[in-house]
Design a protein. Structure first.
Length: 80
């Protein structure tokens, strides 16, 4: 769907509802497209953190004097 700037200003809420429903809307000035409204997919909170899981593997070491053993840490993480 293509609308001119004036109509887009007047009908922004209606256009956003259409975009939320999956439709793309082009906004034109004097009939020439200048912008496109598209749906932004919602992100899961923490998605970028979860996507990076394991990215530091091998770069962090736990010192021998750390107060919890690896078995204790595994047990704590298993309970989480």
């Amino acid at each position: 769907m293509r609308v001119n700037v004036g109509q887009a200003k007047t009908d922004l809420s209606k256009l956003l509802a259409r975009v939320e429903a999956g439709e793309e809307v082009e906004i034109a000035r004097d009939g020439v497209p200048v912008a496109r409204l598209v749906r932004v997919e919602p992100t899961t909170p923490g998605a970028s953190f979860l996507a990076a899981a394991g990215s530091l593997a091998g770069t962090i070491e736990i010192g021998e004097d750390f107060e919890l053993s690896e078995d204790e840490l595994d047990e704590l993480l298993a309970d989480a």
